[in-house]
Structures are given as structure tokens and as C-alpha cells.
Design a protein around this ligand. Structure first.
Ligand code: SAM
Length: 234
């Protein structure tokens, strides 16, 4: 009987290529094929770290359900596969969860190769309570956005959100309407050359953010209801 292959869930850098782990590099060079979002992005990473690889297969939100069955067959026939995303940890606001569930349902062994994740990096840099938090990814752009914000306004735990550069100002304005008393840590371009962050209430952050669209990637961490920035000094 053919021994089934494995699927390796491999985290890659969120900006700084130095953050790729040795285990990630070894795994990516050893597997029979790598599932990735954009082959150009992943080829750049692999080439820049001189990682020899066998094959890259584009696998994204549009192709995941269509390609999953044939890829599963290859793993069942003994091939090893890695899944990566353009940046960070696969399946965290990125494709892959459908396929990973399919692998579990078919008793394919899964191995995790941990590494960078923008949400967890921001949480650990925020100084906000981290023993209990919620990650709400990207808020819906239209339908459901107001409902989400209303429900987050009474949330008693630290909240982590992702936001695109096109909507970051709008998001902070909305937070100023829905939860003006909370404190925020807004992180831009984590691990990259122009990494920066802002701390304050939504109003003070609005005053420091440039009006124009700011390029880059953002994580917004929101303090729990009633949190006091000076609690550790009292
Ligand atoms: N899977 C990724 C992870 O593990 O963090 C997240 C992918 S999601 C499609 C992309 C979003 O993550 C960006 O829009 C931004 O909100 C956040 N993000 C990713 N890299 C970042 C960085 N270097 N600095 C700040 N935010 C980042």
C-alpha cells in the first residue's frame, strides 16, 4: 500500500525576509510541490533565500475548491505538499482552510511550521491585555460593517483588525464614532524598513495620520472596554 504524503502548513515572512525559519526553508526545499497564492510573490521569496524547490502551484480563493480534489489525490498517492500564502501564516485571512479541512477528513497528516503573523505580532507589541482577545480580520466593506462595529463597541476583550491602506482613515473615523473612549495601537509595515505605529484614542490618531492615502499594510489593535493606559504604574 502506498504511504500517504503529508501537508505542511508553512508560515513565511510578513515583510522582512530574514524572518523565515530554517525549518520553513528546509521544508519548502524538500516537498514535492508548494501551493501558493501568487506564484510570482512566492518565487521571489524562494529565489531571494536561494531555496531550491520542485514545483509551485497557484492556489487562491478562486481556485481552491476547483483544484483541491486533484491535489488531494496527489498527496494520497504519496507526494508531500506545503501550503504558503503571499505573507505570514496560511489560512489567517488567507486561503487554505477548505483544503486543510479536506485533508483532515481524508486523514492526511498535517504538520505546522510556525512563523510570522501580523495580528499576533501587533498584539504582542500593543501592551494591551493579551490573555483574552478577539481577531476580527477585515471588517466587511459594506453590508454588515455597521453591525460589526456596533457589536465590537461593547466587546470586553482586546480586538485585532486588519485594514487596507485605502480604508485605514475611514476605519479610524468609524472607531471614533463607535468607541471614542478606547485606546488604539495602529501598526504600519510591521517588520519592514518603514515600520511605524501610533498610540492614542481614535481622535488623537486621526490628528496624527496624514489625510492622504498612506501606503502600506496596517493592523489596528483596540483596547478592551474600560482599559486604563496607566494601570501598570498605579
Ligand atoms: N496571513 C497573513 C498573516 O499571517 O498576518 C495576513 C494576510 S491578510 C490577506 C493581509 C493583511 O494582513 C494586510 O492587509 C494587513 O492588514 C495585515 N498585514 C500583513 N503584513 C503586515 C505588515 N507587515 N504590517 C502590518 N500589517 C500587515
Amino acid at each position: 500500500m502506498i504511504e500517504k504524503g503529508k501537508i505542511f502548513v508553512v508560515a513565511t515572512p510578513i515583510g522582512n525576509l530574514g524572518d523565515i525559519s530554517e525549518r520553513a526553508m528546509t521544508t519548502l526545499s524538500e516537498v514535492d510541490f508548494i501551493l501558493c497564492e501568487d506564484t510570482r510573490v512566492s518565487r521571489n521569496l524562494l529565489n531571494s533565500k536561494s531555496i531550491p524547490f520542485k514545483s509551485l502551484i497557484s492556489f487562491n480563493a478562486f481556485t481552491e475548491s476547483k483544484k483541491s480534489k486533484s491535489i488531494l489525490e496527489r498527496i494520497k498517492n504519496g507526494e508531500n505538499c506545503a501550503i504558503i500564502s503571499d505573507a505570514g501564516t496560511p489560512c489567517i485571512s488567507d486561503p487554505g482552510e477548505y483544503f486543510i479541512r479536506l485533508c483532515h477528513n481524508n486523514e492526511i497528516p498535517i504538520v505546522g511550521i510556525p512563523g510570522p503573523n501580523a495580528a499576533i505580532m501587533a498584539l504582542s507589541m500593543s501592551g494591551f491585555p493579551s490573555s483574552s482577545f478577539i481577531f476580527d480580520g477585515f471588517l466587511p466593506q459594506k453590508k454588515g460593517r455597521q453591525k460589526n462595529l456596533t457589536s465590537l463597541s461593547t466587546e470586553g476583550r482586546t480586538i485585532i483588525l486588519y485594514e487596507s491602506p485605502y480604508r485605514i482613515n475611514k476605519l479610524i473615523e468609524e472607531l471614533n464614532n463607535y468607541m471614542p473612549e478606547r485606546y488604539l495601537m495602529v501598526f504600519r509595515e510591521l517588520t519592514k524598513k518603514f515600520e511605524e505605529y501610533w498610540f492614542g484614542t481614535p481622535q488623537t490618531i486621526l490628528e496624527s495620520l496624514p489625510d492622504r492615502t498612506i501606503k502600506g499594510e496596517f493592523v489596528v489593535v483596540i483596547s478592551p472596554l474600560g482599559w486604563n493606559p496607566n494601570y501598570s504604574e498605579s
